[in-house]
Design a protein around this ligand. Structure first.
Ligand SMILES: [Zn+2]
Length: 234
């Protein structure tokens, strides 16, 4: 979350955006949508220049519970280049459920006062999607780099992107879905190298470097990568 004056906002990269767009919504407040590769340093100036418009737009917005600001309107899964729109509908019946619609749309039917149920549905969807997308990527990476591992699992982890157990089980954080492909690739290789060296010794890093000579930049980038993850999953 960024702050300009009294305005909080988030920045999102969209592969479809051609220009910088400001969007105000009841769920997310102000979102600055920028094209891929855009220099984010320019965003504070843009926000400052549009403050009168932003204030007016925010005033017109129906007020929402701060909790509800957490549910995103879009999920951008950078790892696979998919953007999904999220709609929450008030369930007419007694059922609560999540459904996928053509055109990468997620619809959650719930009750307006049951925000946490909607979050839980979306959380579970991300975890299922991570298993579908990331585990085959891990298999392919193992084959490409010439490693073997016992099995892969998807977990919800607060601070780690992945781990590798002594028995060769590689756990991947479901939040990897939101990261750029080159960082996902790095995490997968990193964990695969742990099947050979269960530590961060010089031998380990030499092995990583042999397969990925530019790993240092990626290792640095991974330290800030949680900014790609939507707040409801943090
Ligand atoms: Zn490690």
């Amino acid at each position: 979350m960024n702050i300009e004056g009294d305005i909080r906002y988030s920045i999102r990269t969209s592969p479809r955006a051609k220009h910088v767009r400001l969007r105000v919504s009841p769920h997310e407040g102000l979102v600055v949508v920028v094209p891929q590769g855009y220099d984010r340093c320019q965003v504070p100036d843009i926000v400052r220049g549009r403050l009168p418009w932003i204030r007016k737009a925010l005033e017109k917005m129906p007020s929402v519970d701060p909790d509800k600001a957490m549910l995103p309107e879009t999920l951008f899964l950078q790892s696979i280049g998919e953007e999904w729109a999220v709609f929450c509908e008030n369930s007419p019946g007694k059922q609560k459920f999540l459904t996928e619609k053509p055109g990468r749309i997620i619809e959650i039917y719930s009750f307006s006062d049951d925000h946490s149920a909607s979050c839980d549905f979306l959380h579970a969807w991300v975890k299922r999607k991570a298993a579908i997308e990331l585990l085959p990527m891990l298999d392919a990476a193992a084959e490409r780099y010439g490693f073997t591992f016992n099995r892969g699992t998807i977990r919800f982890q607060k601070t780690r992107w992945g781990s590798c157990s002594a028995r060769g089980t590689i756990s991947l954080n479901m939040k990897l879905l939101f990261l750029p492909p080159e960082l996902v690739e790095y995490i997968m290789l990193h964990e695969l190298c742990h099947t050979v060296h269960m530590n961060h010794s010089q031998y380990f890093w030499t092995l990583v470097e042999r397969h990925m000579p530019d790993y240092r930049g990626r290792d640095r980038a991974i330290k800030n990568a949680f900014r790609h993850v939507p707040p409801f999953l943090l």
